[in-house]
Design a protein around this ligand. Structure first.
Ligand SMILES: [Mg+2]
Length: 270
């Protein structure tokens, strides 16, 4: 894939941290890139595995960083999970291990959430920054005593980056519960194809016209491949050239950062 092929893409699905900003610092090209995409008749969405914040929370955060955004610009793993639950397990009552924000989002989407483990007809694991030992006990009991219960995780990430290093994310809590129960959840977020497929369906764009852009090989790039889209790695975040050289997952295109997409699109008007 080259710059010419890049120009043929109609929909760009961006990862956030490491791709459009780093921690609290917005990359200098982000605002112009997003504006240019829409001016040129293309579209974009943001894909995020983090299910501790809603699309509305994310839109407010991005707007505050200087990128005007609305909730519809985001596809979160929570949203993709809700879509899965509606399709595959309609009308059930779910015990949700997640933040109050996640549970409220489920309720707004018409998915029944229970705090009572005895009333649970399914288990959903999110990134629960409000996790307690009480919840871990409830989950252990459900997973050990009721092996028939559907068990779903919004995303597989083991750690979430912070200013000082990392904290345990959804995947680490699932690993802890696997030690207890032997059970592993069905995973919805990146690298699974559900989030990009949802975005492509909403935008009416075919996989070959869609680019998934991100800084992680085993989530973003693998996700693009799983969805049949073009995968574009940026070296502005987690992945180093050495990591790329050793990786069994290889992107369709490698850029130093997403600002290179902007340069490729600027070329087309000159
Ligand atoms: Mg990232």
């Amino acid at each position: 894939m080259d710059r010419e092929a890049l120009r043929k893409l109609r929909l760009f699905l961006f990862d956030l941290d490491g791709t459009l900003y780093l921690g609290e610092r917005l990359f200098p090209f982000t605002r112009s890139l997003l504006a240019r995409l829409r001016e040129s008749g293309r579209d974009y969405r943001f894909l995020t595995n983090n299910s501790s914040r809603s699309a509305a929370d994310y839109a407010a955060r991005l707007t505050k960083m200087g990128v005007p955004a609305v909730p519809e610009d985001f596809i979160t793993s929570a949203e993709a999970t809700m879509e899965y639950l509606r399709e595959a397990l309609p009308g059930r009552n779910f015990y949700v291990c997640g933040t109050a924000s996640l549970k409220a989002e489920f309720a707004r989407a018409g998915i029944s959430v229970t705090e009572d483990p005895d009333a649970a007809e399914g288990i959903v694991m999110g990134y629960d920054t409000e996790l307690t030992y009480r919840k871990l006990t409830d989950l252990s009991r459900l997973l050990c005593q009721r092996p028939d219960l559907p068990y779903i995780a919004t995303h597989p990430d083991l750690v979430c980056p912070t200013e000082f290093g990392s904290v345990p994310d959804c995947g680490s809590v699932c690993a802890m519960l696997e030690t207890v129960s032997g059970r592993r959840p069905l995973v919805i977020g990146k690298p699974e194809a559900r989030m990009p497929r949802l975005a492509m369906a909403r935008c009416g764009v075919a996989p070959e016209q869609c680019g998934v852009v991100g800084d992680r090989l085993y989530t973003d790039i693998k996700c693009g491949k799983n969805a049949g889209a073009r995968s574009i790695l940026v070296l502005s975040g987690e992945t180093t050239p050495e990591m790329l050289a050793k990786s069994p997952v290889q992107p369709d295109l490698v850029l130093s950062d997403a600002g290179e997409i902007l340069s490729a699109l600027e070329d087309e008007t000159s």
